[in-house]
Design a protein around this ligand. Structure first.
Ligand SMILES: Cc1cc2nc3c(=O)[nH]c(=O)nc-3n(C[C@H](O)[C@H](O)[C@H](O)COP(=O)(O)O)c2cc1C
Length: 182
């Protein structure tokens, strides 16, 4: 099973997650690079479903049996680098799994800015090619008394110091499930 992990990350957590997944699966990872990597514009592009596109990946997507994408969620939207990645490589993608380190908790996944709506939209774009979506809520790395604290959640970043316990277990489960969905 030839796998490539691709990611877009603004503040580092999804890059960290992508590298963890790539290490676990012993495969390469590569960043999705927007042509205009200016955060406020990317937010705007995500909200308006417009953009100036992404740079070509150095790998040939069609050569991989599965692509794993790691990226955040902004404003309850598919972020523009992910939308552009799917748009550009739709026909070359064989199977895609989405792993998002996002702000939404599992309990809030169905609210306006929750991850469930984004996962549904990605499945709508890719149909059967989208075989697995998993959230890695960044709040999982917060101390118990900070878990409901929106400010602490926005500041939280995955790192070697906090990637343990529940989030590590979720990654282990994800790696196991990924091998069963082929
Ligand atoms: C402007 C902005 C909007 C966000 N909106 C959402 C959202 O709608 N839903 C969500 O689950 N997380 C949201 N988040 C949280 C990010 O998805 C989360 O912080 C993620 O871990 C950042 O990933 P990164 O470090 O790879 O950039 C938002 C973050 C920012 C900065």
């Amino acid at each position: 099973m030839k796998t490539l992990v691709v990611y877009y990350s603004n503040s580092g957590s999804n890059k960290y997650l992508a590298e963890k997944i790539a290490r676990a699966l012993k495969c390469d990872s590569e960043a999705i690079k927007p042509r205009l990597n200016f955060f406020p514009f990317l937010i705007l592009f995500s909200l308006t479903k417009t953009s100036v596109g992404i740079k070509r990946l150095s790998r040939n997507v069609a050569e991989f049996d599965r692509i794993i994408v790691c990226c955040p969620i902004w404003m309850g939207q598919i972020i523009s680098p992910l939308r552009d990645f799917i748009g550009r490589y739709h026909t070359s993608i064989n199977k895609l799994c989405l792993a998002s380190c996002c702000g939404s908790s599992d309990a809030a996944k169905d609210v306006k800015f929750g991850y469930a709506g984004v996962f549904r939209k990605v499945k709508d774009m890719l149909g059967d090619k989208c075989v697995l979506c998993e959230a890695f809520p960044v709040g999982l790395v917060l101390a118990e008394d900070k878990k409901g604290d929106g400010n602490a959640m926005m500041k939280a970043r995955l790192s070697d110091d906090n990637f343990t316990g529940e989030i590590q277990k979720r990654l282990d489960d994800f790696i196991q499930r990924i091998d069963k969905v082929d």
